[in-house]
Design a protein around this ligand. Structure first.
Ligand SMILES: Cc1cc2nc3c(=O)[nH]c(=O)nc-3n(C[C@H](O)[C@H](O)[C@H](O)COP(=O)(O)O)c2cc1C
Length: 135
């Protein structure tokens, strides 16, 4: 099973409704092909982990990479894993400072507290720390 993590930059002034649309299609498509993961939006940055059957993750990534709602996609990690970290989430989602919601860092801390992969947890916590107050 393939697990990949990337970071990207949202298109300027991406409307909240577009984020909703991304999440809706993610949950629908991912559930259909056995992809799970987590998407965190902090300021204008996205951090997403995708995991599942190799071909399904690759096909999902190929669509995501050409999505004009974000750019500058940088892969942070890409590896074979035996077990899922987000088995029960077709796409968990946390909206951060962009929406002026609760402190991104504490939200992400609680989200990743359940992960057995501590490196992955640290990646999300680092992201939250950097972007919690980003505009
Ligand atoms: C940051 C970001 C994350 C996304 N994550 C996913 C995802 O996990 N799964 C997915 O199918 N589409 C995801 N998308 C949307 C895809 O780029 C694409 O718009 C969508 O898969 C098209 O399918 P649809 O026609 O069913 O909406 C994401 C887009 C963005 C900007």
């Amino acid at each position: 099973m393939l697990q990949t993590v990337y970071i990207s930059t949202a298109q300027p002034k991406l409307p909240q409704a577009e984020l909703r649309a991304v999440l809706d299609s993610s949950r629908r498509n991912n559930a259909a092909v056995g992809v799970t993961g987590l998407l965190v939006a902090g300021g204008r940055r996205f951090l997403q982990v995708l995991e599942g059957p190799d071909a399904a993750v690759e096909a999902t990534l190929a669509r995501i990479k050409v999505d004009p709602r974000h750019r500058a996609i940088v892969t942070l990690s890409r590896k074979d894993v035996d077990a899922r970290q987000f088995g029960d989430w077709s796409m968990g989602f946390e909206l951060g400072a962009a929406a002026g919601t609760a402190d991104l860092k504490s939200v992400v801390d609680s989200l990743v507290s359940r992960l057995s992969d501590r490196n992955l947890a640290a990646q999300f916590q680092g992201f939250a720390e950097i972007h919690a107050r980003a505009a």
